[in-house]
Unconditional design. Structure first.
Length: 537
């Protein structure tokens, strides 16, 4: 019997009807049945998954090996059982609710053979709302754990050289309900001579079930914490402290640990919150290096810092208040800016200012969320007309850099999502015209009252706030938030103009000025208009 090129491992538990499409995608692979082995282990399914596996084994006896066992509680044990039965030169793992592109295995095996790769990552996409990180798939190339987006793609849904797997005794930890594929994948990538990416073909379709019953979505907070602890301890034993380890752990701080400190955290019982705080804090203390800290956004950084300090009450309050009211105001102190979360400069918490500081990150969206219109009115004195606007803005401290001005032209498309933008370094900011006063707002932040004259011209301009935060200038369109607009007004007697305040389609305040009397067209313009009409006839 010839050795198959690839053994596909399928751990199965109650995945009908998705399982059928998964198995169909395997038998339909362009690599051919003679080069393929499928080892499927039914982990005590209570639906018709076991029967469906047997049906395919009867139809394709030379391809399928099916094993039935009692439920083990996760995919690790059935995956290990399948590995013991694998005979292919390579092994590939697929979720039993997912499916492959027709040429997936053929392309990945060809890539491994051509490049002498021990691990091949085929392009994955999500379906039915399943999120799959895409930054790795920028071209067919070789990658490593520390110079690519590979740490953000650590599922075992990859092609592994079986010789590598057996040489290092790689297996899945069976006492981890979630994330058991990460220790296997990380160690394989550390041991591999070469890791390649196939980006020019969609190899894998990851499916989110309609009832969101994938195991990743079912585990509770403490179980997920224990699994992350195991993954990080295993990784630390494989990779010495330094930039390479940080590159892997950035994923765990940005994803797994961040997800434990989201808006549902305050709804957990006090003991669970305390245990999460202690567990996350221990990982922060052990692995959150200065480089990782300074490269993490202030929102996450504060939460990790509060966990490290054991400040469970402040952590709960920080998350609850941000969920209800949005991000806290930024305290501006010269070229530095700090987010005013609970625990800031609180001696009882004892957390360094660095955790609360804006450190090179873009905070356009947070500034936009904290900026809202309180009122807008016309103020007229004789022939002069001014616009007076009052804004509530999410900054405190040194607000001297703030300018409220009228800006011509649309914001760039890149600014639409956060509703604001950081100005490029060579973009001039407007000078302050008129007057601007600042007062503390009762609910935090600052009330800015700006008054500036309107010019008698034809123009359509947006009201925007400009402010310097941590050495960068931000441009923030002012949203009307449903506030009543002043009535359109006429001003000027020798050269009368009309002014109107409106809300555009994006909810932003726009001021339109135009002359009431249009100048008479010249003789030449009238002649051109007459000739144009005659040509159309």
């Amino acid at each position: 019997m010839t050795t198959p090129d690839v053994t596909v491992v399928v751990a199965v538990y109650n995945t009908m009807p998705y399982l059928t499409e998964c198995l169909e995608s395997l038998v339909g692979q362009s690599i051919g049945h003679e080069r393929l082995q499928v080892v499927a282990v039914d982990d005590g399914s209570t639906d018709d998954s076991g029967k469906e596996l047997d049906r395919f084994a009867q139809r394709y006896p030379d391809v399928f090996t099916v094993v039935h066992q009692s439920n083990s509680g996760g995919p690790a044990a059935p995956s290990n059982r399948a590995l013991d039965l694998a005979t292919g030169r390579f092994v590939y793992f697929i979720g039993s609710d997912d499916h492959l592109g027709e040429e997936a295995l053929e392309r990945m095996v060809a890539c491994a053979d051509a490049n002498d790769s021990d691990v091949v990552v085929g392009k994955m996409v999500g379906t039915n709302g399943r999120y799959v990180h895409q930054k790795l798939y920028t071209g067919n190339r070789d990658v490593t754990l520390d110079d690519s987006e590979l740490p953000f793609t650590l599922a075992n849904t990859k092609l592994f050289r079986r010789e590598l797997v057996e040489e290092h005794g790689l297996r899945f930890p069976e006492d981890m309900p979630v994330g058991s594929d990460q220790p296997f994948t990380i160690e394989a990538c550390v041991r591999a001579r070469k890791i390649s990416v196939v980006s020019d073909y969609t190899c894998y379709y990851a499916v989110k079930r309609g009832d969101a019953s994938n195991i990743t979505y079912r585990a509770n907070h403490l179980a997920r914490l224990r699994c992350v602890q195991r993954i990080m301890e295993h990784t630390a034993a494989l990779i010495p402290a330094g930039p390479r380890r940080d590159a892997v752990f950035k994923r765990h701080f940005d994803w797994e640990l961040t997800k434990l400190l989201q808006k549902d955290f305050p709804t957990l019982d006090p003991d669970t919150r305390r245990q999460l705080c202690e567990g996350v804090g221990a990982l922060v203390d052990a692995y959150f290096t200065d480089g990782l800290r300074d490269g993490t956004g202030v929102k996450r950084r504060v939460r990790f810092g509060l966990a490290r300090s054991g400040a469970a009450e402040e952590l709960t309050r920080a998350i609850a208040e941000e969920t209800e009211h949005g991000a806290p105001p930024f305290l501006l102190e010269g070229d530095r800016a700090f987010a005013g979360y609970p625990g800031f400069r609180d001696a009882a918490v004892g957390l360094d200012d660095r955790y609360y500081e804006v450190l090179g990150e873009t905070v356009a969206g947070r500034l936009s969320t904290g900026t809202r219109l309180e009122s807008a009115n016309w103020e007229q004195s004789g022939e002069e007309l001014s616009l007076a606007v009052k804004l509530r803005v999410g900054i405190t401290g040194d607000t001297s850099s703030a300018v409220v001005a009228l800006a011509q032209g649309a914001m760039p498309q890149s600014a639409d999502k956060p509703g604001a933008r950081k100005l490029p370094g060579d973009t001039p900011r407007p000078e302050r015209v008129g007057t601007l006063t600042a007062d503390a707002a009762e609910d935090g932040g600052t009330l800015l009252t700006a008054r500036f004259p309107l010019a008698p011209i034809r123009a359509k301009r947006g009201v925007r706030l400009y402010v310097d935060v941590a050495g960068s200038t931000y441009e923030i369109p002012v949203r009307t938030e449903g506030r009543p607009m002043p009535l359109a007004r006429r001003w000027g007697s020798t050269d009368p103009h009309r002014v109107a305040a409106n809300t555009n389609t994006k909810g932003r305040l726009v001021i339109t000025t135009a002359p009431l009397r249009e100048p008479k067209p010249s003789v030449r313009a009238r002649l051109r208009r007459t000739l144009s009409r005659s040509k159309r006839k």
